[in-house]
Design a protein. Structure first.
Length: 375
């Protein structure tokens, strides 16, 4: 099952490098401080400036996006998806052109990379080895990419993994595995059609999804030969990934695992459910590392999951579920985000429909605050 390093590129990496091309040929290329924001978020990507201009071969296979077109309301995210995802069949450069200077071009580049970061996966010391590559390969093999909903979940998983590494560059192996496998349960339950909109109790539905997913992930990763402690640790994170999060890590833990039974739906509150045979069976590293680590990792995973909803999935979500359920989902997701994650939304190109929903929600909250202050 082991993969050679060259398979890594074939598996998921499609962006050969990034760059900015200014229409004013005399304009200087962006300086390192100007590039800092993009470089901080995507330190693993090669840059091309004058280099691209000097290398027609790089330009030949590049996707070139005009910064003004990217920001235009007239174009649709799906159109951009079709263009950028063409890199999956011909690994090439992703370049942004601008007539307005390097700063607007770099801001557009950051938004574009944020939407398509799964095409240029970043790894760290915990994921830069054959074993983790096997996990990525196995994860892909579990998904029938011919099914649109399954493909959406697959892409979301890669995207959440990448958000985790942006939020926590030193993320451990288990957290990265949890990001990849956190929604694995949906392959069987919602691969052909979604059902979450019919849930009578949304939080209980989400808890059940997380619970089954944790067990599936634990079995799958163990069968693939992953380290037992990593399997347990990842499963523990998946088990809790939909639970409400306290703002302060201190108040998150009411027990050894950090779970608060009152958060669980009735079907998950039995003692059996809280003490599964196959999670923690190997002496969980998570447990030994303590609840503070788990709380911190759950915070990162929740933020990554929420950011991926906005940056990658929200357009498709709106189209599939419609306005009412999107309102509910946006409210639920915003309520789970830390201030740091909310700050990242400024670098996310949101579909106009979702932007409107967020505006309505912020208006509702503002009015609520005003009414509260007046009473
Ligand atoms: Fe989930
Ligand atoms: Fe998710």
């Amino acid at each position: 099952m082991s993969k050679s390093p060259s398979d890594w590129t074939e598996l998921v990496s499609s962006i050969a490098g990034i760059g900015v091309l200014l229409s004013d040929a005399t304009a200087p290329e962006p300086s390192p401080p100007e590039r800092a924001l993009v470089a901080r978020e995507f330190p693993h990507l090669s840059w091309a400036f004058s280099a691209a201009a000097a290398q027609p071969a790089a330009l030949h296979d590049a996707v070139l996006i005009d910064e003004a077109d990217w920001h235009s309301d007239a174009t649709d995210l799906y159109d951009w998806d079709a263009r950028v995802l063409s890199l999956q069949s011909r690994r090439g450069w992703l370049l942004v052109s601008s007539a307005h200077g390097s700063q607007p071009a770099l801001e557009a580049l950051l938004q574009i990379l944020t939407r398509y970061q799964r095409l240029a996966p970043r790894v760290n010391d915990a994921s830069r080895d054959d074993s983790f590559r096997c996990a990525v390969s196995l994860h892909r093999a579990l998904h029938d990419l011919n099914k649109p909903l399954v493909r959406a979940d697959y892409e979301h998983a890669l995207d959440v993994w990448q958000w985790v590494l942006r939020l926590e560059p030193c993320a451990g192996r288990a957290l990265q595995l949890a990001a990849l496998f956190h929604d694995i349960e949906r392959i069987s339950s919602e691969g052909d059609q979604r059902v979450e909109q019919h849930a009578i109790d949304y939080q209980s539905f989400k808890n059940a999804h997380a619970w089954v997913g944790a067990q599936l992930a634990a079995h799958t990763l163990a069968a693939a030969g992953m380290d037992a402690a990593d399997c347990d640790h990842a499963a523990e994170l998946i088990w809790q990934h939909e639970l409400p999060l306290a703002r302060k890590p201190d108040s998150f833990t009411d027990g050894a695992s950090g779970i608060r039974p009152a958060m669980l739906g009735p079907e998950l509150m039995s003692p059996d459910a809280l003490a599964p045979a196959d999670i923690g069976a190997h002496g969980s590293k998570a447990a030994s590392d303590g609840p503070a680590l788990i709380a911190r990792e759950l915070r990162v995973l929740a933020d990554a999951d929420a950011l991926s909803f906005f940056s990658l999935n929200s357009r498709g979500f709106f189209d599939y579920y419609g306005l009412e359920h999107t309102r509910k989902k946006v409210r639920y997701t915003l309520g789970r985000m830390s201030p740091v994650a909310l700050g990242y939304l400024q670098h996310v190109k949101l579909p106009s429909e979702v932007e409107r929903v967020m505006y309505e929600i912020s208006l509702d909250e503002h009015m609520g605050l005003q009414a509260g202050a007046a009473s």
